[in-house]
Design a protein around this ligand. Sequence first.
Ligand SMILES: [Ca+2]
Length: 280
Amino acid sequence: MSRSSKLLILLVGLVALRPASIQHPAAIGGNKPCPLETRAVKSPNQPQPPAFNQTYTIINAFDHDPGAFTQGLVFHDGFLYEGTGLHGESGLRKVELETGRVLKAISLPARFFGEGITSAGDKIVQLTLNSNIGFVYDERFNLLKTFAYPTEGWGITYDGKRLIVSDGTSILYFWDLSTFEEIGRIQVFDMDGPVHRLNELEYIRGEVWANVWPTDRIARIDPYTGQVKGWIDLTGILNGEDFHSDVLNGIAYDPEEDRIFVTGKLWPKLFEIRLTALKQ
Ligand SMILES: [Ca+2]
């Protein structure tokens, strides 16, 4: 064999042994393509800049039904829409922001434990905890359809194109709005690694905000990478006076007036907040 033939064989062998193309480490969607992998990305294994920390100032405090086990919250066309949980007490309601008055409500059958809700165009989507069934309503709460999904259902929001869903893990799932099929996923992480128990979600100014159950903290997540860019600490916002209340669990955003609302399960109040830097 000539020297050039040996060289050719060696080159062919090296090409055959080359590693598979490197996949987006935060996109762990198996065979599912992540639609966001064209952007420069970071992964949990790379050095991360520290997330910034923020706290809050209360701009307004509104009444909130202390009997509402809030599982999903969204602001749409001037009104709050709220999904509630617990078996036999789950439902969907339209709420007047300024008074907390429930303007319209429907109940779910007792076998369903209601979870996150979001508005998407003129529709409202509601998840259930472990029934693997979601509901789609029009704005008058007429049930348009149901759909199936394979994971638990915790939080859901909408970025204008896709539904974004949490299931209590560190994964955010991207769903097609018309088919409810998964079209991508990312793992959420900060400097300490994956951030688990992502719960109620809201898409705000290009970020996904997520309550981390059962804490008073909200993660501000880059939806392209899964990286937590900042943490919001809402400790003490309910003033610790209502012993019947449960954890923080509700984020809504009014894009028209750039207002942020938060509440929690069985909280007597719903707050409009502004973020401020956390004093160290
Ligand atoms: Ca929300």
